[in-house]
Design a protein around this ligand. Sequence first.
Ligand SMILES: NC(=O)C1=CN([C@@H]2O[C@H](COP(=O)(O)OP(=O)(O)OC[C@H]3O[C@@H](n4cnc5c(N)ncnc54)[C@H](O)[C@@H]3O)[C@@H](O)[C@H]2O)[C@@H](O)CC1
Ligand SMILES: Nc1ncnc2c1ncn2[C@@H]1O[C@H](COP(=O)(O)OP(=O)(O)O)[C@@H](O)[C@H]1O
Ligand SMILES: [K+]
Length: 514
Amino acid sequence: MSNELLISAEMSEADRLTIAAGPADGIGLMRRAGEAVAAEILKRYPAAAHVHVLCGPGNNGGDGYVVARILADSGVSTTIWASGAPRPESDAAFAAAECPIKPRPLSGFAAEPGSIVVDALYGAGLSKPLSGDAAKAVDTATALRLPVVAVDLPSGVSGTSGDILGRAFRAEVTVTFARKKPGHLLLPGRGQCGEIVLADIGIGDGIIAQLAVSTFENVPDLWLREFPVPAVDAHKYKRGHVGVFSGGPSATGAARLSAMAAARSGAGAVTVLSPPNAMQVNATHLTAIMLREAGSLEEVQEFLTARRPEALVFGPGLGPEPKVGNFALQLIKALADGARDEATASHASAIVLDADAITSLAHQPQALFEAAREPSAPVLVITPHEGEFGRLFPDIAGDKTLSKLAKARAAAVRANAVIVYKGADTVIAAPDGKAAINSNGAAWLATAGSGDVLSGIIAGLLAQGMPLFEGTCAAVWLHAEAGSRFGPGLIAEDLPLALVPVLRELFDARTAAQ
Ligand SMILES: NC(=O)C1=CN([C@@H]2O[C@H](COP(=O)(O)OP(=O)(O)OC[C@H]3O[C@@H](n4cnc5c(N)ncnc54)[C@H](O)[C@@H]3O)[C@@H](O)[C@H]2O)[C@@H](O)CC1
Ligand SMILES: Nc1ncnc2c1ncn2[C@@H]1O[C@H](COP(=O)(O)OP(=O)(O)O)[C@@H](O)[C@H]1O
Ligand SMILES: [K+]
């Protein structure tokens, strides 16, 4: 598996462990890194008139000297522009000594149309905003629209947070080593990377396993082995039952979107729980989805006890009023009590809190966090977009020192819930520190009701028994994949059906792996 994302300390540790295990040494890893970048350049730009390699003072620059040496050996006209000499006796100094090209100072960097830029200024060691000659080099490459190949990361992009420090190169290709870094997937960094090539430089899977990494790219490898396959003797309730709370008569669509998505994602039974005054409008629009009147907590409890749904969706279309937040808290408490009292056993194992539930709970966040901490509380998935996140976790949202990844993690710990911090770079974070970054979405998903569909998919997969973190990650990936493949013209109603071909592929991959 190569879905782990490494922060710079983990990459250094991987480096150290690999060297300790032998036979590779530091310069050996650096040579392999440079070779991988040079091979990519020779493959992609065979007709390049000239290559300008920009080398920084650290190991990123060291990789650059290797690249320049190989390109020159291959007959490519190559210039090195260096910002400072590598530290004596360092691997980068060895790489520079092996390179026959005499570096010129970066301050003089100039290039001609038709040439290629290799950005080996700063990688994992970026420690402050790009300024001076480095910033000028970014401007020159940008103004001339030169293709940039970035070594490890485009200089200026933080590998940890994806933030741009000062300014950053916009690469056509970024060649990174061993594993991707969070900054390759988080915005705005992701937008600067272009195509990302992952090169094997001899840091083995066994070494990565020793790091006990907790951040992952959200790809099917992460959860496919948990993906539900119905048993031969399955009946509908064995395939999982989802309950979705509906809003009032003029706000029922969101629940239906969610319900349809839960059903499409494989839940065997889905029930919309409707206030009495919305029964008629819901009944008019529901066919395979069941409908049940549940305007009061007592009626909801009756449903829970009688039908034992495994997952509930609470929030879409309910309205942002405080009473909705109060109801959410009562629901969590009722489920916790039910779980304690096996006689009534009115427990659902998961609640997805979305949309208006999040906004209405922002009036009393502490009450939510305390309820979620009760030992018998149902497991919670909270799915805020940026605005909702800021309402429920204002201090975390406002902390400029935290990346989106770190914010989602902090929120997950505080709320004792899996947090799905949505957006073009959705982060899924669990209270135990595990987190995944999603990157297969597209802006077509930015359409009203799309989030309601996501909640339904999450509940659908959890109801089928997927583990909490993996099921939530799978749902986020599926939703993004279905929306990206559908493309222009997508509206939320299309998404449940657009899941079908993606589900087929996952099902085939899952059964092939069995
Ligand atoms: N396993 C690994 O860790 C490997 C790392 N390799 C390369 O090593 C790189 C990391 O090397 P380093 O840790 O030496 O870090 P960098 O080479 O990214 O940068 C470190 C140097 O740049 C300076 N610096 C950082 N930001 C600056 C700024 N904005 N303005 C001016 N100076 C700045 C620092 O003070 C330091 O001197 C990786 O990105 C990768 O390219 C490869 O050689 C392969 C193996
Ligand atoms: N630019 C984008 N690229 C990829 N996914 C996006 C983008 N914008 C929004 N999304 C996704 O679309 C969904 C929108 O959810 P949400 O904001 O709750 O919408 P709504 O409330 O209208 O249902 C989320 O899953 C989000 O991650
Ligand atoms: K770089």
